[in-house]
Design a protein around this ligand. Structure first.
Ligand code: ATP
Ligand code: MG
Length: 369
């Protein structure tokens, strides 16, 4: 059986304490009493009551003082004040100091019951919310590990089985069977891609990035990404070019994370381009920041989609271009990374003409005058 909720009555009037106790015990609560604020606080500390009924006017510690201190003992205790002189001001004052409700003297047993019931309901909700918050935190901590082990590992295993079957190592595979396994493998690859992106998304936190900041030359990083993307560009018939500045400038960055940003921006610029199109990357200085623009001559993004492209899982639906694969997490990840660098990312686009994604990053050294 659940334990009876403890209700503590702090009042210097004995008749009041007795009357309240009587009603509370009759209603199935455990009633505890204290004749002054000091004893009340001690009992609150020892008994951890669910509710405390506090008389405002007492010799020694006043009800207001008890109200303030009881919060520090246990914020879960719901305080209700008993006001002998039911002025609006003292009630308001008490509510401001954290009282949940007030009971003007004299009150009937039913008035007491209503307030107690409401306060207990409130406490129940507060306790539930607290336990949910705690649960959520634990879940978040476990979730990343769970996804990578319980979700990703079996998929990788399935992928390996498919490879073995496709390689003909367990017997001859008919063309129709092969066709299906290839399709299954493709779906599996998309799923793994999604899980990896999602894990990236969940793992990126400002703290982690800030810890790894080092001065790096932005153009060197861009050059590396451009070289890396050349084969994809060639395959798609898109010209890819980096136009560096005259002098190199440094930024404070976590190299690996920024590589991921530009790898996605450049691959998008190629993926959503047109045959014979081009991708140009420029670097410029603006108000003590470095701005890298990834400019493409691709299909562009219409105005209604533009504000949404940085949202998680958002992909512009375009009838004719459903072929391009992706999870819609690339730009969300890029935004999160850039913002963790105290930078910003923006897009301007003209449908049918092309898009420009601009990444703004603070420079490493202060501007020399
Ligand atoms: P992922 O990068 O996760 O593999 P994705 O490329 O679909 O998938 P994002 O990089 O987040 O996802 O891009 C979101 C959407 O924005 C894309 O689906 C595409 O429709 C649109 N988009 C992004 N870059 C461009 C671009 N340079 N030109 C036109 N549309 C773009
Ligand atoms: Mg992308």
């Amino acid at each position: 059986m659940a334990e009876k909720p403890i209700i503590l009555v702090i009042d210097d009037e004995e008749a009041m304490r007795d009357a309240c106790s009587l009603i509370l015990v009759k209603d199935g609560f455990r009633a505890e009493t204290a004749e002054n604020g000091k004893v009340g606080l001690e009992k609150a500390r020892d008994l951890k009551p669910a509710l405390a009924l506090i008389d405002l006017k007492m010799p020694g510690l006043s009800g207001f003082e008890v109200l303030e201190r009881i919060k520090n003992i246990d914020p879960g205790i719901i305080p209700i004040v008993i006001t002998g002189y039911a002025t609006v001001e003292s009630a308001v004052e008490a509510m401001k100091k954290g009282a949940y409700d007030f009971l003007p003297k004299p009150f009937t047993p039913d008035e007491l019951r209503i307030i107690i019931r409401r306060a207990l309901e409130r406490r129940k909700l507060a306790l539930e919310a607290e336990s949910l918050r705690h649960e959520k935190k634990v879940m978040e901590e476990n979730f990343i590990t769970m996804v990578s082990h319980q979700l990703r590992s079996p998929l990788v295993a399935i992928q390996q089985y498919f490879e073995v079957i496709l390689a003909g190592m367990v017997g001859h595979v008919e063309d129709t069977q092969k066709d299906m396994i290839l399709r299954a493998r493709e779906r599996l690859e998309s799923l793994l891609h999604l899980i990896n992106d999602w894990l990236d998304m969940a793992r990126i936190s400002r703290g982690q990035i800030v810890d790894k900041l080092k001065p790096i030359a932005l153009e060197k990083l861009l050059d590396k990404q451009v070289e890396f993307m050349k084969p994809l560009a060639q395959e798609s018939g898109v010209k890819l070019e980096l136009r560096p500045m005259k002098k190199t400038a440094l930024i404070l960055a976590d190299e690996q994370s920024l590589e991921q940003v530009f790898s996605n921006l450049i691959s998008n610029a190629i993926k959503y381009n047109k045959p014979e199109g081009s991708v140009v990357i420029t670097v410029r200085e603006e108000d003590g920041t470095l701005v890298a623009d990834v400019i493409d001559t691709g299909i562009g993004i219409s105005r209604e989609h533009l504000p949404l492209v940085f949202d998680q899982f958002y992909r512009v639906s375009r009838g004719e271009d459903q072929k391009t694969k992706g999870t819609g997490l690339g730009l969300a990840i890029a935004k999160k990374i850039v913002e963790a660098h105290n930078g910003s990312i923006q897009v301007a686009s003209e449908p049918g003409q092309g898009s420009t994604f601009s990444v703004r990053l603070p420079k490493a050294e202060p501007e020399e005058k």
